[in-house]
Ligand binder design. Structure first.
Ligand code: FES
Length: 438
């Protein structure tokens, strides 16, 4: 990888190089099959380079991409014998994973004998091989049993890790101001960089009720602690398995999740944290609202209430949650035939940047004679107000109207009334931002 990067002029000052290498390594190490060009580009998102531009870096790593099926065997995990797995280092079946602790040795031996295989990552610099240096995930960490934790830190900081919802609710009753964390991607920044002090932190990453991911007849139930990567995977799965008209929202979410946060962050950041942070430029909250999602909220006594996402956001980083309540799960309904959900995001940079303006839009059309008439709709903008803002007047205008060019022109006028930005609006660029709404 290093050699390919250097030969393609993908490394200059070298500051970003370790990050790119590690991202690529993680992809190769965890993929069962050689990745596609698109997967490689996706895995590199989250790494920024100020020297080279990205073309030489992407070109350097495209040598690992599977571009032509004819060059590969058809081995996949379904072809494997019991006890075997597809070794990410060799692409061949082997048993090194099941033998565990000395994986690299086993793998090298078995594949070399059976398939006359030579390691592909030979280093011309020190003569060592990739497999000689292969690190494995520490087995102790894999084998360790999960236990509830209670840790004390500096300045009276308390950190809890409950494993049951009942224990979590008891902690929340005892410490109403406790901050819940999963990947710590928001709270960590607040504490380290903004110097915000939280006395009690509760890690909810392992509470089963917050990690559900159920496909139901009428939609998808998503636990609040489900990681963004898991959610992305589930969306991709249901798109393949369900009728196309049902997954318009899922497709919009996939597109929107693609542009924010690198894979490393998506692997640990959770859906509920992203929602409850209630950022006015949240990329997903306008979509939850537009898609008609419902949030389930549980209080310390175990009572559950449901609220439409549309009504959950009350003001700048303010949501409809009392100190004794937590977000339990999100329900995303399937879209109906002739119901469409679409995302929008404009930022300075395509990947990994906060939005200047974003939006989630839904329209449900009904056939009336020859015409298609708007039966229901919701258009929500981010980046134009202290909270994700629903374009109420535009919605009222378009409902009942024919879906045509005239409707579009009329809607744009109402949008200017709904999305009103003062000259001195925070964030500036008022004319620029308004131009995206119209
Ligand atoms: Fe300098 Fe990427 S090579 S930042």
């Amino acid at each position: 990888m290093k050699e390919s990067l250097a030969r393609s002029h993908g490394s200059q000052c070298g500051f970003c190089t370790p990050g790119f290498i590690m991202s690529m390594y993680a992809l190769l190490r965890s993929s069962e099959l050689p990745p596609t060009e698109e997967q490689i580009e996706e895995c590199l998102a989250g790494n920024l380079c100020r020297c080279t531009g990205y073309r030489p870096i992407i070109d350097a790593f495209q040598v690992f991409a599977k571009t032509d099926d004819a060059f590969y065997t058809n081995t996949s995990s379904s072809d494997l014998q019991s006890g075997e797995f597809l070794c990410p280092s060799t692409g061949k079946p082997c048993s090194c994973k099941s033998k565990g602790l000395n994986g690299a040795e086993t793998c090298k031996k078995s594949t070399a004998n059976e398939h006359n295989y030579e390691p592909v990552s030979y280093s011309e610099v020190d003569g060592s091989t990739y497999t000689d240096k292969e690190l494995i995930f520490p087995p102790e960490l894999l084998l360790r049993k999960l236990t509830p934790l209670y840790l004390n830190g500096f300045g009276g900081l308390k950190w809890f890790r409950p494993l049951k919802i009942q224990h979590l609710l008891e902690l929340k009753a005892k410490f109403p101001d406790a901050k819940l964390v999963v990947g710590n991607t928001e709270v960590g920044i607040e504490m380290r960089l903004k110097r915000i002090q939280y006395k009690v932190l509760i890690s909810v990453a392992h509470v089963p009720e917050l990690n559900v991911l159920h496909v139901k007849d009428d939609g998808l139930e998503i636990g609040a602690a489900v990681r963004l990567s898991e959610l992305l995977q589930m969306f991709r799965k249901v798109i393949n398995e369900r009728a196309a008209h049902e997954t318009s929202s899922c497709k919009a979410f996939i597109e929107q999740i693609k542009w924010f946060a690198g894979t490393q962050i998506k692997n640990v950041a959770c859906v509920g944290g992203n929602i409850c942070t209630a950022s006015p430029i949240s990329d997903l909250n306008p979509l939850w609202m537009a898609a008609g999602a419902k949030f389930q909220i549980i209080d310390c006594k175990g009572n559950i209430r449901t609220i439409m996402a549309e009504n959950f956001f009350l003001g700048y980083r303010k949501v409809d949650l009392t100190s004794g309540e937590i977000l339990l799960s999100i329900f995303l309904p399937w879209t109906r035939p002739f119901e469409y959900v679409k995302e929008f995001k404009q930022a300075h940079r395509r990947d990994d940047d906060i939005a200047i303006v974003n939006a989630g839009m839904r329209v449900f059309l009904e056939e009336k004679g020859e015409d298609l008439v708007v039966s229901d709709s919701l258009i929500v903008y981010g980046g134009v107000a202290p909270l994700s803002l629903s374009a109420v007047k535009t919605k009222e205008f378009i409902i009942g109207k024919n879906w045509d060019q005239e409707l579009l022109q009329g809607a744009l006028k109402f949008l200017e009334i709904d999305i009103f930005l003062k000259e001195d609006a925070p964030g500036g660029m008022v004319e620029f931002r308004k131009s995206f709404n119209t």
